[in-house]
Ligand binder design. Sequence first.
Ligand code: HEM
Ligand SMILES: [Cu+2]
Length: 646
Amino acid sequence: MNDADLLRQPANVQAGYDSPVAAELQHLWKTKPGLLGWLSTVDHKEIGIRYIVTAMLFLVAGGLEALVMRVQLARPDQALLSPEQYNQLFTMHGVTMIFLYALPVLSGFSNYLWPLMLGSRDMAFPRLNALSYWVFLFAGLFVYASFPLGLAPNAGWFNYVPLANRTYDPGVNIDIYALGMVLLGISTTVGAANFVVTLFRTRAPGMSINRVPIIVWGTLTASVGNLLAVPAVSLAFFLLWMDRQYGTHFFDAESGRPLLWQHLFWMFGHPWVYALVLPAMGIVSDALPTFCRRPLVGYTAVALATVTTMIIGFGVWVHHMFATGLPPLSLSFFGVASMVIAVPSAVSVFAWIATIWTGNPVRAVPFLYFVAFVFLFVVGGVSGVMTAAVPLDWQLTDTYFVVAHLHYVLLGINVFPVIGGIHYWFPKVTGKMMDERIGRWSFWLTFVGFNLGFFPMHISGLLGMPRRIYTYPDGLGWNTANMLTSIGAFVFAAGILLFLFNLVRSLRKGAPSGPNPWRAATLEWSMPSPPPPYNFVVIPTIRSRHPLWEDDLDDGNPSSTLGQGMLLDHGRETVGTSALDADPEIILRMPGDSLAPIMLAAAATLLCAALLLHSWIGAGLGALAAGAALLSWLWPRAELLQKEPS
Ligand code: HEM
Ligand SMILES: [Cu+2]
């Protein structure tokens, strides 16, 4: 690093979290108190927590919808719900879980953790980060506003045409879904771009690409996948909206191509399901070693498996369309590709098992969740490979077997790691420990309830029970399986409830945790809990994958330096490093808090609402407001100029 690149040579100093430097940084980085501060903050930790809390609230909403469905289906011939109500419930349940819980919760983890793990002071684009949260929140509220009006989306989360065409679904339900998805696409896209640039630009010096934690690989892969996949679905929903509102003929059955919808949807949909699991697998890969008291077995293999899964994941979408009458040759291709994709997953499974096997496991609550995850992953993987076989899929498609499979995968690979991860990082976020005893109880309730509830769905599926039916007659042999499923669902829900209770209780009464209660190896555990607004008092230099274990693992030759490093205190600054080796290149000026992101998000939502209601005045106002917000966002500010005034 030379002066020309950096514009100034920062001092290399030693400083602790109670030094005068720290006090000065605190002043520079702290979000202002009060409502204005709350609305304008761009602190990645605050945004990460908001993402997680909002996503968990959507999980609860989606869970309540599911429980109502399970009451209806517990016994044959029930009349709690009308067919239309059931349609709206299962659609909103799917939409909520997939779009408003599963990805956003992982974005929350990555937002909170990345800069702390990578040795940076914030994400590369802090205001974009705030924008992506607000748009997510508003898009979720936009779709949910339809619920109390009885106008919720009702054609399933994958919203097949021609059913979703205006001819067969004339209400406003599908338009709400379509516009909400276009809106949500903005959030996903800017969030993904932010992760990619953050990874390649803002790591601590020396944190070369082969030293980043696996969750970083997972979220990077998911983000690149999203950048390539989301345009397909945004386009599809926009075209559908045009069909419905202006009589274009992209998807109608008379002169359009209904199958085109399925292609566009699943070209997006399948990579998306990997985006819902790869970062969660990263959570396990990073946290499990802490409890096994050894580094992850096969870091490189797991990182490569992560990337490979996504690459193959772009070539399997037709496995959702085996029954649509496509030519046999393409079915064979996609069938084989869908089986091949199990290989990288198996590599990771073996890596986790080997880590547990050769380690010295500490059976704390997060560890239980991670072991359960490995088990459920294998069950869901096996039913996945079964449905990848075309002839078998012809029997199983649209039955409860698929519902069983998708829940094993989504709950097993997303919900279990997420809950384990919350137990694991809770002390970092709050400075308090969660209660172990309540944690164990809630773990066993969720694990037993989940299997009791969802395993019998395989059986009802094999017995021919179709998915998406609001009731069924007696005498088909489905009664026992359905009763078990409903009981299991409630046991599972009780476990989640207990977990949430533990969360709230520990927030108030938890024992103080200190900086590193699990004796973990990664950088986020090197600062006080909760971390200060500026994250690192001086920018550390990293020389291994386990900076906090070097004393134990590297023959007592620690080479990363944590308490000493670059002093960056001329305003909000962090260091920009090279893409692969993380050599320091430039001092990045970081923006302060701003209201522009929430204003832009609100304006975009107003625009969508106006389009829904055909209010051209409203749409014009929304567009104007968006323009004004962008102008204030992009207005040149002296403190953000990359050149230091001479
Ligand atoms: C208490 C936990 C849960 C229960 C009891 C439950 C139950 C159900 C039920 C009854 C259906 C409708 C089946 C049908 O009629 O075809 C369903 C569909 C679905 N669930 Fe869940 N679920 C739960 C959690 C989750 C989670 C956590 C996710 C994702 C992360 C999820 C994703 C889905 C999806 C994508 C569908 C398909 C919706 C559609 O067909 O359009 N579920 N679930
Ligand atoms: Cu798929």
